[in-house]
Each structure stands twice: as C-alpha cells, then as structure tokens.
Write a protein that binds this ligand. Structure first.
Ligand SMILES: NC(=O)c1ccc[n+]([C@@H]2O[C@H](COP(=O)([O-])OP(=O)(O)OC[C@H]3O[C@@H](n4cnc5c(N)ncnc54)[C@H](O)[C@@H]3O)[C@@H](O)[C@H]2O)c1
Length: 284
C-alpha cells in the first residue's frame, strides 16, 4: 500500500519535521494543531529547515517551495478525514494522545492507518481507544526529523502485517532506515538513551562535574556527537521527564527513578531549547 496523502497531528518540533520530510517525498500532508498560532510556528520551523537545506544545496529552492506547497495547515482535526495514514505527534501525555485518537477514530475512514510518534507510551494501550487495533502502530521518528535517518516501528498486540508493511514502506520512501521494537516501555532507543540522560542529571546534581564537563566527557570520551545534557535540551526536558516516568512506572525498578534536578527544571519551565533555557541558555 503506497501512501499518497497523510496527516500529522501536532505541529511542534517533531510534527513539523515529519510533515516536512513527508512533503519532501512528494506526499500531500495535512498538519494540524490546536491553534493558528501553533500552526504558524510549525510553518516557520518547516520554512527555515527547508531554507537551510537549500543553502546546503541538498534541495533546490523550487523543490523546497514544492514541498511547502504540499502541506496544508489546519486547526481543525476533522480535516484528517480523507487521509490514508495519520501520525500523532502531540505532547507526551497519555490522556491527551488517547483523546486525539478517540476523535480520529470517529473522523477517519475505516481504512486509515493511525500511528503514534510516542517516545515511550504503550502502543497497545493507545490502540484501546480505537475500533480497529489492526490499523494502529507506533512510528517513532528521531529529532531533528529531517536529519536523523532512523524510524523505530512498534507493533501493538493487534497490529496487522499489512499495517506494518505499509508503514515500513512509507519510512523507506521518506529515506529512513527502520528498526522494530517490541511494545515495551521506551522501546529500544529511549530504553537506552533516557537512563543515560537521567544519570547525567544525577551527576550534575551531585556536583560530580560541571554541565560542560559532563557533556565533553561523553563527546570526546565516547564519540557521542552531542553530550547528554545538550541532547536533553534539544529533546525537551518535559519530554525526557515524561519518558523516564514511564520507564520507572512500567519497568518498576528504582534505577529508572527520575532525577529531582530534572523535575525541578521542568517545574521551572526550563524545558530546553524550545523555551530558551534548559540546562544551558539559548539566545535565539
Ligand atoms: N522531542 C524529541 O526529541 C522527540 C523525539 C521523538 C519523539 N518525540 C515524541 O513526539 C511527540 C511530540 O514531541 P515534540 O518534541 O514535538 O513536542 P512539542 O512540545 O514541540 O510539540 C507538541 C505539539 O503538540 C500540540 N498539541 C498538544 N495538544 C494537541 C491536540 N490536542 N491536538 C493537536 N495538537 C496538540 C502542541 O500545541 C504542540 O505544538 C511526543 O510524543 C514526544 O515524546 C519527541
């Protein structure tokens, strides 16, 4: 099954990136969010990302314009009714995602595939609010979507082979490499990544080293392109905390206990790059 028309719900950093890469692959995209203001921010994110690709000569300006023209920005969830596949990329809150899927379930066609870009929440549990779990799947893109080559595919207990194959084909068309994970808290990527980020916050809280030195240790000592604290700022500290809470709750082990310093940053609204301040400060 080849997808020619898809939707993305949530025009934040992930949703905007998914819509952009789909449009660059020639797919018509409906990108929705809760307000015109959010959509405007999403449009700006996409336009500047396409602009950077033109500057780097990855795309011509005509190709960038064509991609942007394939995206329809809408504040109305009902506008997803004709889409063959809809990827949900709203904030990492289970109740919010379930509300979105319950609505999509009534809006979309019986044949529409519903996918979640969740970083950690059970695909099987999210699928419980739709009529047909066969058409429900996890499609976990990495941040920033236009740059990162991986998509993690997660099958829920009811996901059909046809749904898996359609999503794997879509990821390939978007020039992504896929891995398959069981439907287990944090899947593969965040099961490995988030304990490291959480531990970096513990090391910072206990004054084992400065934030700069914690990051340098992993960059120069283990060849990571970004240190764990700057990566956490890029991901969003609210998202990191939500994922670590899922690991802690669902795997039930103390080693996943969220670091109090991470929690404090989130409570202060220091969410990372997207709010201008996280562990580090951002001027633009
Ligand atoms: N940030 C990352 O590095 C990363 C990586 C992979 C996956 N994810 C996952 O992607 C999802 C989105 O993360 P993000 O970083 O883009 O968050 P974000 O905060 O940048 O964006 C979330 C967007 O969802 C919108 N939204 C909230 N409720 C909505 C609703 N009911 N209907 C429509 N839109 C709604 C918000 O207005 C916002 O624009 C989360 O599930 C997150 O775990 C994030």
């Amino acid at each position: 099954m080849s997808i020619e028309q898809m939707g993305v719900v949530g025009a934040g950093q992930m949703g905007a990136g998914i819509a952009q890469v789909a449009a660059q692959s020639g797919i018509r995209v409906t990108l929705s969010d809760v307000s015109e203001e959010r959509l405007q921010l999403g449009r700006q994110t996409i336009a500047s990302s396409l602009g950077r690709l033109v500057k780097k000569e990855v795309l011509t300006s005509t190709e960038a314009d064509q991609a942007l023209a394939l995206i329809w920005f809408s504040a109305n969830l009902a506008d997803h009714h004709q889409n063959e596949l809809v990827v949900e990329a709203v904030s990492e809150v289970e109740s919010l995602k379930k509300d979105v899927f319950a609505e999509l379930n009534t809006i979309c066609l019986d044949t529409t595939i519903l996918a979640s870009n969740t970083s950690s929440i059970s695909i099987t549990r999210l699928s419980s609010v739709v009529n047909n779990a066969e058409r429900f799947i996890g499609m976990h893109f990495m941040n920033p979507v236009p740059m990162m080559p991986l998509v993690e595919i997660i099958r829920g207990i009811g996901t059909s082979d046809a749904t898996y194959l359609a999503v794997a084909e879509l990821a390939k068309r978007m020039k992504k490499t896929t891995v398959v994970s069981q439907d287990s808290a944090g899947f593969l990527v965040n099961r490995l990544l988030m304990p490291m980020i959480n531990e970096a916050f513990f090391a910072l809280m206990e004054n084992v080293g400065s934030a700069a030195d914690i990051d340098l240790s992993m960059k120069l000592g283990t060849n990571h392109p970004l240190g764990p604290l700057e990566l956490a700022d890029l991901i969003g500290l609210d998202t990191c905390l939500a994922v670590i809470e899922v690991l802690h709750r669902e795997l039930g082990e103390d080693k996943y206990r969220p670091c109090p310093l991470l929690r404090k940053h989130v409570e202060a609204g220091w969410l990372g790059r997207k709010s201008g301040r996280g562990v580090f400060q951002y001027s633009d």
